[in-house]
Design a protein around this ligand. Structure first.
Ligand SMILES: *Cc1c(COP(=O)(O)O)cnc(C)c1O
Length: 370
């Protein structure tokens, strides 16, 4: 049995040993700014900005999936920012992907630069080229969003560590069920649980995972001091979402494989990227470092108008930004300013049964003509 399968099976049973007769089996939601706190102020909940039992429960679940301590945040960006603000100081230099989620670069560019942190960017597909001397932190996103290029996490970790840099991996596109960057040598994982982990598109959430206790303490201190804390209700919803992540992720990845394969042969489609396709430039590396090939597909249609028509004309597709929800959704990424061709579409395959979903996608493409 794989370690991932065992962890997935145990996920809904982590609290079993704490149950007394008559306790609710689903997680109780604790909405509390203050707690009963007489005497010395250590060893129990004191104040809502410091700790909360519902956060602790979702962090326990995330930690079980990551096999590492985790700290929860109110969004993916809050998690990413906590690492930057918690670990970097003036004079440090960071390396960022040129083709990753643009807001991660934005934090460094717009805020940290002003505090004396320098940065460079590099494409994900050639991230190893140039080495990591001078960097305090190397940040990778693999597969990158939205281009789905990949870099070799183990190789980057090795070279970065030899140069004295820490490696941080944004694992949002894969979740711990699809890729385990800490096992490949990364020091820190950050992720937007807004996406597949919550899965129902009703909450923003994020987490930081690390096996280095100093890093965990630094991001916990940042959360407590900055006040960048998750809502207990959001934590409760993410806890519930995580209980079904494995089954949703399984369906989404399986359908994405089928859809990507068929898209390649549709006359309206110019090109398709999906790491699970044997002829994809990412395929060999993806097979080596990912447990699944994910649920994101990128495809290019002839024009911006056709891309828009394809999305809006598909009966089983939401025109929406973001990804990883139960609904299949898609976005023409030039409208977000990504450096991609005009007809570029990022498709997030949802939980609909595969064949009806393909029929709907095909029907919408057929209308566009070749
Ligand atoms: C969505 C996303 C984020 C940011 O997450 P939010 O919850 O929207 O703050 C960060 N990285 C990647 C790769 C993302 O897709």
């Amino acid at each position: 049995m794989s370690d991932t399968a065992r962890r997935a099976a145990e996920l809904s049973h982590l609290r079993d040993s704490t149950f007394a007769k008559g306790d609710p089996i689903p997680l109780p939601l604790t909405m509390a700014a203050i707690y009963h706190a007489p005497g010395d102020a250590t060893g129990f909940n004191q104040y809502g900005r410091f700790s909360n039992p519902t956060w602790a429960a979702v962090e326990e679940m995330l930690a079980h999936m990551e096999n590492a301590p985790c700290v929860a945040f109110p969004s993916g960006m809050a998690a990413i920012s906590s690492v930057f603000f918690g670990l970097l100081k003036a004079g440090d230099r960071v390396l960022l992907p040129s083709d990753g989620y643009p807001t991660s670069r934005g934090v460094v560019e717009r805020y940290l630069q002003g505090f004396g942190v320098e940065y460079d960017v590099r494409p994900t597909a050639s991230y190893l080229d140039g080495g990591f001397e001078r960097y305090r932190l190397a940040f990778v996103e693999t597969p990158s969003n939205p281009g789905l290029d990949i870099c070799d996490i183990a190789a980057v970790a090795k070279v970065a560590h030899a140069a004295g840099a820490l490696l941080i991996v944004d694992n949002t596109t894969m979740t711990p069920f699809g890729q385990r960057p800490l096992d490949l040598g990364a020091d820190i994982v950050v992720a937007a649980d807004t996406k597949a982990p919550n899965g129902h598109s009703d909450v923003l959430f994020g987490h930081v995972a690390s096996r280095d206790p100093d890093i965990i303490t630094a991001v916990q201190d940042w959360r407590k001091t900055s006040g960048c804390i998750p809502s207990p209700f959001d934590a409760w919803l993410v806890h519930r979402g995580l209980e079904t992540l494995e089954v949703r992720f399984e369906r989404m990845c399986t359908s994405a494989g089928v859809v990507a394969r068929r898209l390649q042969h549709h006359p309206a489609v110019r090109s398709v990227r999906y790491p699970g396709l044997e002829n994809d430039p990412s395929h060999n590396l993806a097979s080596a470092q990912m447990e699944r090939f994910g649920f994101l597909i990128s495809l290019v249609l002839d024009t911006e108008d056709k891309a828009e028509d394809f999305i809006n004309g598909c009966a089983l597709m939401q025109a929406a930004t973001s990804f990883g929800g139960v609904h299949t959704s898609a976005e023409r990424r030039t409208r977000r300013g990504d450096a991609v061709p005009p007809g570029f579409v990022r498709l997030s395959v949802g939980c609909e049964p595969t064949e009806p979903l393909w029929e709907a996608i095909k029907a919408s493409l057929d209308r566009l003509g070749g």
